[in-house]
Each structure stands twice: as C-alpha cells, then as structure tokens.
Design a protein around this ligand. Structure first.
Ligand code: ARG
Length: 563
C-alpha cells in the first residue's frame, strides 16, 4: 500500500478541489522527527486560495478528515501531521516482504524493454583506470536496478580496441618487444613499448610512417597485423577479466570499436543522404549550431574515421539489434560535451533511439588522495587496489571473528564490497577520494557496516532456531521498531526513483538508512526475549535481512551470512 496515496485521499476528501491529487501527493513531507508524525501536509500552502491563516486551515481540515484508519491526525501550527497505524502497517509490510522475498520491490515499469548499457569500456593495451572501475560498478548496478524495474539490460563492454595506436604498438613490439614478457605481464609491457615508441619517434619521425602503414595493414585485414592485434587484445582481456572476476561483474557483449570497423559506411551514407556532411578544411563535419555545439568531425581529410564515426555505427547497430527502450552510456564526465555532440548528430540523422540516449556521467576518483598512476615506476593496477582491500578486510575479520570458517571467501566479499559500496554511496557526478581504511570500517557509512547489519540479522535468526514466521502475528507497535518498518515500506519507491535517476547512490543510502534503523531497534528492544512477541519480532528481523541483502545485491555487493 502506498501510504502517501492514502493520506492524499484523506486530504482530498476534506478539500473542495483547491488542489489536485498530484499536488497534494507532491506537497506531502516526511518529517525528520517521528514526533511530528509519518507524513505532514503543509497547510500554509493553501493560505492564499483559502484566504485564512495556516493554523486555522490545518484545524479545519483535520476536523473534516476521516481519522479512523490512522493512529492520530493532528493540526500543529501550519502543518497537519498524520500518524499511521503502526500495527496495521507493520503487518502489511512484513507480510509482503516475507511472501515476496528477494522479489520485494520488483515492478514492471520497464515492460521488458531492451536497454543496452555501454559500460566499463577500457582501452586495450592500457591499464584499466579508476574511471573504468567506476563505469563498471555504476553500470553493473544500474543494470540490476533496471531488471528490478522490469527492463532487460544488455551490458556491452565497448572496448577501445581500434585506432592508429595499434599501428604504433605493432611497430614497437616488433622492434623492442618479446613474447614471453607480454605473456607474463601484458599490460605493463605493452604500455612500456608504447611509451618507448613515443620517446623514439621524436628523433625518428619515420617510425610514424611505419605505424601508419601497419594500421592501414590492420584495417585491410593483413594476416600478421591481425594476428598481433588479436593477441594484444586477448592478453589485455585476460588482465581485465581478472578484475571483472574479482568485482563479480559479467558482460553480455564485448562489441568494442573494432567490431564496428566494417559497419561505418551505413552511418556515413545516411549523413550524406540527409545532406548533413559538410567539408571543412578538407575534413567532413556535421554542423551543430542548432544545438549550440561545435561541429562534429566525422571524417579526417585523409578519409580516416574517428571515435565518433565508430560511435555512430554503434548507435545504428544497437538501434537495429535491440530496438532499445533506453540507450545508456556510462562514461566519465570528461566526455559530456562529446556525448552532447553524438546525440545531436544522431538526432539529425533521425535515429529512433537517439531521443532515449542518456549519457550517464560520473566524477573523478582518487585513491588516498592520489591518481592511480605509478608506484616505483610501475603502473598501479586496479587489481592491486582490490587486493589491498581484501587484505585489510582479512585483518578486520581476524580480530573480530577469528573462528569464522570461510574467512578467505568472506574477506573477498567484504574487501571488494567495501570498494564497490564506497564508490556507489556517492552521487555519481561527485568527485571522490578513496581512503581504503575508511571504507573498510565496520561502522559508519560503509559497505561492511551494511553487510555487518545483515549478518547480525542472520545471526539473530540462527540463534532463535526454527520458529514458524509465516504464522506469526506481524502487527508490531513497538515505537523502537517503527523507523525500521517505515524504511522497509519505502523500498519499492526507492527502487523506482533510483531507476528514474540512474542513481545507485539512492539504493546505497537507503541500505545505510535501513541498517541504522535496524541497529537502533536492536539496541533498544530485546529481540530474543522469551515472550509471545518473539515470533513477530523475528519476522521483522527476517524482513530486514531480506531487504538489506537485496539492496546490496542491487549494488553488486555480496551479503555474507556471517562475518
Ligand atoms: N574507451 C573509451 C575511454 O576509455 C570509453 C568508451 C565509451 N563508450 C563509447 N561508446 N564511446 O575513454
């Protein structure tokens, strides 16, 4: 039951069409302090239309409201405070959660519509950056939130696996590289060759011509060039997959830029047909004055294609393959202008799904105040950051719960979960600095805190043993439990809102709120007391455990039963 809708109806019955139902619904506030009720209506917003003092309006309306289904309705100053019927509501919420289990909060707003999500998308032969990490975990969580809202996401890793840099890499490898080194440590060595290329080509500009030739060969399908490119790609992917495995993220497709190498003509043809391509200093551009944007460069003067040329092909492919309900690109804020241009070009082309294109930007991330760069000459790989977090988690568990049987596994879930949560609890567009130790604390606004709260709920249930919760009376009127019950009730709305805003942080913040409310209940009420209320209290604990676990799941964070 939507209690906001119930209160809206009560108010509408007392009003004389001064406000629409949507108006009332929107005006309802959730007071911070429970002594002001569960929902409050600001009567002063009616002062102008009703030509009366706010407190008089409040009193008049209260006298007309049917208060039978509430614990209390009171006029307080310029507000009307609604106190919901605790027993009734707790019974309803807990019953719903226990019946639906992990499906609690599921809706069908998406009607099964396809949603390609362009996410992670690191560049071959380069280390996966913290930016790519953010794209990976944000994209993964958005995909889960979309499923919860009835959509069908397609997670696509749009690898940066094409471009002139591969000509350079081939030249560098042939001159200075060797097979064993690449196999042993692909990313670090490939980067080393690439860096050397750029040191050498200052004095030997002929290297650039060689590189151009090799990229041309690659584009033409030359056997050796293709073999080397494929090999660099495979080795890089192996390194990336190690990280994806640790994060527990999978993809549906890996259609990188190379995949579109032979699919670019169609887009160029449409641009030509529609008369959108214009020559500018030998190059081909699309003017975007109408959008207040600079022209988009589509083809270089030598006919070479660019990042955007491949993105146009990608958009056409996704349009035809998926008939998308939404088109999402989870890519850092630094590409915001670029995506504005891309969207404008696609709109001009008349591509159906251009209107549903959403660039989902996010801010920068640093670790312990530093950009992820070099540590004693070596590139710090994300992999190492994850390992550090797991190591720290292990230490924590070692002191807190030394007898835990599956310590290694739990340390992984807690360490990795701390990193994912530490990212996702922030609004996407914020810049964040990561202090590993802080994110790994079992108290405060952290993943481990939410995980710990879930494990606490599970441990209470375990201690209680086999008790039939379905038969239990679930109308709980304990004041100390009220915040928890109200928070459980909010979950379905939070799921919708997080989806509409493409904002995993709403789920993360929600999970913190539920964990806090539950811990307060735990601190103030004796849950495992031996009285007739035991089963009803345990049913609430079970509901909390289910919703905490599902919230973490929506973020891509595991919820161990013990830690
Ligand atoms: N590989 C690019 C980078 O690392 C990100 C690709 C984003 N996706 C896209 N369709 N342009 O900057």
């Amino acid at each position: 039951m939507d209690y906001k809708a119930q209160v809206t109806n009560s108010l509408l019955e007392a009003l004389n069409d001064e406000l629409t139902s949507a108006d009332v619904y929107q005006k309802l506030e959730t007071p911070k302090d429970l002594s002001m009720g569960d929902l409050a209506f600001p009567a002063f917003t009616l002062a102008k239309v009703m030509h009366k003092a706010p407190n008089m309006i409040a009193e008049e309306l209260v006298s007309k409201i049917n208060t039978a289904s509430y614990e209390k309705v009171e006029a307080k100053g310029a507000y009307i405070n609604f106190f919901l019927d605790k027993g009734h509501m707790s019974n309803e919420v807990i019953t719903n959660v226990l019946e639906e289990g992990a499906a609690y909060g599921q809706n069908d707003l998406g009607k099964g519509g396809n949603v390609p999500i362009d996410m992670s998308s690191p560049n071959i032969a380069k280390p996966i950056s913290m930016g790519h990490l953010r794209s990976t975990v944000i994209g993964n969580s958005i995909a889960k939130i979309l499923v919860k809202n009835g959509y069908h996401p397609i997670k696509d890793n749009h690898l940066g696996d094409w471009g002139t840099q591969f000509g350079k890499l081939i030249v560098a490898y042939k001159k200075w590289g060797n097979e064993d080194d690449v196999k042993a440590d692909p990313i670090n060595n490939l980067v080393k060759y690439y860096v050397k290329f750029h040191q050498e080509d200052k004095e030997h500009p002929e290297l650039d011509d060689e590189a151009r030739e090799w990229f041309k060969k690659l584009e033409d399908g030359d056997e050796e060039a293709t073999f080397l490119w494929q090999w660099f790609r495979d080795e890089s992917l192996k390194a990336f997959n190690k990280i994806y495995d640790k994060l527990g993220v999978t993809f549906d497709t890996y259609n990188g830029e190379a995949f579109y190498n032979d699919k670019m003509q169609a887009g160029i043809d449409i641009l030509k047909e529609k008369g959108l391509l214009e020559e500018s200093q030998g190059a081909q551009v699309v003017k975007l004055d109408k959008y207040d944007l600079n022209p988009a460069l589509i083809l270089k003067s030598d006919g070479a294609t660019l990042y955007i040329t491949r993105d146009i092909a990608t958009a056409i492919y996704r349009d035809q393959t998926y008939k998308p309900a939404l088109n999402l690109y989870v890519v850092g804020s630094e590409q915001t202008y670029y995506f504005q241009q891309l969207k404008a070009v696609l709109l001009e082309m008349g591509l159906k799904s251009a209107e549903n294109l959403h660039h989902i930007p996010f801010g920068l991330i640093t670790v312990n105040g530093k950009k992820l760069s070099t540590r004693s000459g070596r590139i710090i790989l994300l992999d190492e950051v994850l390992d550090d977090a797991i190591e720290l988690a292990k230490k924590q568990i070692e002191t807190k719960n030394p007898d835990l049987p599956n310590k290694e596994e739990v340390a992984k879930e807690v360490g990795v979960g701390a990193i994912i949560f530490g990212d996702l609890k922030n609004e996407r567009t914020n810049n964040i600095d990561f202090v590993l130790e802080d994110q790994l604390r079992f108290e405060g606004e952290t993943g481990p805190y939410v995980q710990y709260s879930h494990a606490r709920a599970e441990s209470i249930l375990k201690k209680a043993g086999n008790i039939d919760l379905h038969a239990a009376d679930k109308s709980i009127t304990d004041e100390n439990a009220w915040d928890t019950i109200r928070t459980l009730q909010d979950f379905p709305e939070v799921v919708k809102s997080a989806c509409a805003d493409f904002e995993p942080s709403e789920i993360a913040k929600y999970s913190l709120r539920l964990a806090k409310a539950f811990n307060k209940y735990y601190a103030h009420s004796t849950i495992l007391g031996d009285d007739e209320g035991l089963a009803s209290r345990l049913s609430l604990v079970k509901a909390v455990s289910i919703v905490l676990k599902e919230s973490l799941n929506l973020l891509g964070v595991k919820a161990p039963d013990e830690m």
